[in-house]
Write a protein that binds this ligand. Structure first.
Ligand SMILES: Cc1cc2nc3c(=O)[nH]c(=O)nc-3n(C[C@H](O)[C@H](O)[C@H](O)COP(=O)(O)OP(=O)(O)OC[C@H]3O[C@@H](n4cnc5c(N)ncnc54)[C@H](O)[C@@H]3O)c2cc1C
Length: 422
């Protein structure tokens, strides 16, 4: 570690990225403290997919058994037209020969595994709850984080060598670092997310994509196995539809109703899954507008930097939001451990991660894995095909997926290299 003064890291936000950073810093022996705005961290959200590079990094923190025990190792991706015709399927994670699984998991379960490990390893008081960051300053000796309680009353400042802003899509530090950033743009698509308790479908560990957002897109996969005596699973689903929306605040907890989108799927009672019945039997439906933001020119100013959604908010397509936050965390911790100068570590972190994540933000606009369905729908004009080979070659289908894997950093050859904390 560094010569001279010991480094103390202040982590703002104990979400997925903040907790992963705390655990990664603990592993490399760098002390940290977390401040979290929420008075209590509840198991919020619905499904998240952990791609194999994120699982590699979480495995290096000793968490793979806990995650595999809570989630479902994804066996395959399958892509269907809106008429339910199979376009392409490919194996995933260990089923594709990787050393790590791809894990579909409830965000609350993922967050719970991370929070339990933080409390166990760093102490039950490692996270200061109800401590909202309202600003960060720095001087020659350190970063000063200004805090307020949930009622808005000021709390004592805390000081560290560096401060890392992991405070999500509405990051306070991002706003003060880039006051003239353009307002996020509504892509024209609204996402509806939910869960349903249902019998296993396809392989019981398939992630299926159907249709396009112009006509109604669905992504569906199980996130908990064997949740009752009938062997049902908790099945996560995400719908995207093009529509006007005047509720453009990115609020992960905004409730909605199945009536908002069910018409798009009335015809989708297929032999492999009765989609309208499953959607109607939901436990919960949430609405989220797809807001697009340009990648930032920089994240680091001296002793402070951004991580996860605070640094690179991306439209939630392609399963990369949590994965990229986790890789940011292990990369930064590795550099803080290796570099004598923590400010140089923050700069190098930005150099390693800004362009890489900007490429994912841009890819999610038009060439995410499921966008291959649009290519097929355009070529067939939405009509049924006899043989998929008449529409698109196998090589093109394989290449489409490979390109996204390369952009997102989980091509098979990238995963032969050790992770940041291996
Ligand atoms: C409640 C919730 C539900 C979500 N549900 C889903 C989902 O269903 N599917 C999905 O794909 N993604 C979901 N996400 C987003 C997903 O967690 C992130 O995209 C991804 O994991 C990157 O994590 P992050 O740590 O950057 O951000 P987040 O996981 O969003 O964590 C940010 C943390 O910072 C805290 N925070 C915010 N402002 C401040 C502040 N000023 N001071 C201190 N702390 C602050 C927040 O309370 C939160 O704990 C959800 C996020 C949240 C917060």
């Amino acid at each position: 570690m560094s010569k001279g003064q010991p480094v103390q890291v202040i982590i703002v936000g104990a979400g997925i990225g903040g907790c992963a950073l705390a655990l990664a810093l603990h592993k490399v022996g760098v002390p940290c403290r977390l401040v979290e705005a929420a008075p209590e961290l509840k198991p919020l959200g619905v499904g998240i997919n952990l791609l194999p590079h994120a699982v590699r990094d979480l495995a290096s923190l000793g968490l793979e058994p806990q995650l595999a025990g809570k989630g479902v190792p994804t066996r395959e991706y399958c892509f269907y037209t809106r008429l339910g015709q199979l376009v392409y399927r490919e194996p995933r994670g260990r089923f594709a020969g990787y050393d790590w699984p791809q894990i579909s998991i409830h965000r609350g379960d993922l967050h719970g595994v991370l929070l339990d490990a933080v409390r166990e390893r760093l102490g039950s008081d490692a996270i200061a709850h109800g401590h909202k960051c309202v600003g960060i300053e720095q001087d020659a000796n350190g970063a000063i984080v200004h805090l307020a309680d949930p009622a808005g009353a000021r709390l004592p400042d805390i000081r560290g060598t560096v401060a890392i802003s992991c405070d999500g899509v509405h990051s306070v530090l991002r706003a003060s670092m880039h006051p003239n950033e353009a307002v996020p743009r509504y892509e024209g698509t609204t996402q509806y997310r939910g869960v349903t308790r249902w019998k296993p479908f396809l392989t019981g560990a398939s992630m299926a994509y159907l249709g396009t957002h112009e006509t109604g897109k669905l992504v569906i996969y199980p996130i908990r196995d064997n949740i009752d005596a009938e062997g049902r699973q908790l099945v996560n689903w995400v719908i995207e539809v093009v529509r006007p929306n005047d509720q453009l605040l990115r609020d992960w907890n905004r409730k909605s109703r199945v009536e908002e989108f069910i018409d798009h799927f009335r015809h989708c009672a297929f032999d492999w899954l009765d989609i309208p019945a499953l959607l109607r039997a939901n436990d919960a439906v949430y609405e989220y507008p797809m807001m697009d933001q340009e990648p930032l020119p920089y994240w680091t100013q001296g002793r402070i930097t951004l991580l996860g959604d605070a640094a690179h908010p991306m439209m939630p397509r392609g399963s990369n939001g949590a994965a990229q936050a986790i890789i940011d965390a292990t990369t930064l911790a590795g550099l803080l451990a290796a570099q004598a100068d923590p400010l140089a570590a923050l700069k190098e972190y930005e150099a390693k991660r800004l362009k890489a994540t900007a490429n994912v933000v841009l890819a999610n606009r038009g060439i995410s894995p499921d966008a291959i369905i649009r290519v097929v729908e355009e070529r067939t004009k939405g009509k049924p095909f006899k043989n998929i080979e008449d529409v698109i070659s196998r090589e093109e289908l394989v290449q489409w997926q490979e390109r996204y894997r390369e952009i997102a950093g989980f091509a098979a050859r990238d995963l032969k290299k050790p992770g940041a904390l291996a």
